[in-house]
Design a protein around this ligand. Sequence first.
Ligand SMILES: [Cu+2]
Length: 223
Amino acid sequence: MVIGTLISCNTKKKKDLATTSYQCPMKCEGDKTYDAPGVCSVCKMQLQVYEPSIKNLNEISDMSIYNLPSVWTNQDNQEVALKSLQGNVVVMVMIYTSCQAACPRLAADMRAIEKQIPEAEKENLKMVLVSIDPETDTPERLKKFAVENEMDSNPWIFLRGSEADTREFAAVLAVNYKKISPMDFSHSNIISVFDKRGELVYQKEGLGVDHKKTVNKILDLAR
Ligand SMILES: [Cu+2]
């Protein structure tokens, strides 16, 4: 299956390339490319067709969240390894379902973003809400929240994990949260966008902010 994906990616990439460029096989001039075939001006070797990092699409770097070993539970009480999201553009926010203040608005912001993404791009998109209150936010509770907010189908995913994994994940997102009463947390309001390899590429802080840049970023990454 992986090989199949690679081949189809390759074919697509090649078709998408408007022009072919050429590069010295010895990289005498670093990453320099030429518009026409010929020989390298340094080593005189025949230039090769240059293929931009096609192979890297399925590889993850040290910066990827897919290096995190944490396993989460979704609103259907299924185990979800973070890595299973790989290959999708992931839009993520941390919330807790009993929040009466910011979280309903963050959920609304997520929905506003999702509404601006054309159906075709949603094939490679996941909109993920991660609970900062896993103790209260059982899968049943997440399910109820998902249904009530019409977020119980693709591309929506609700996740809860252990306290430690949640803390670790929040650190990656630079999200701060703190319990301020038995039922309430104070927390950052940040929507984060990850590319298909799990690298954090864009963040927007605030409530009811303009989503144009976020949407454009998602579209760029999804295509
Ligand atoms: Cu909240």
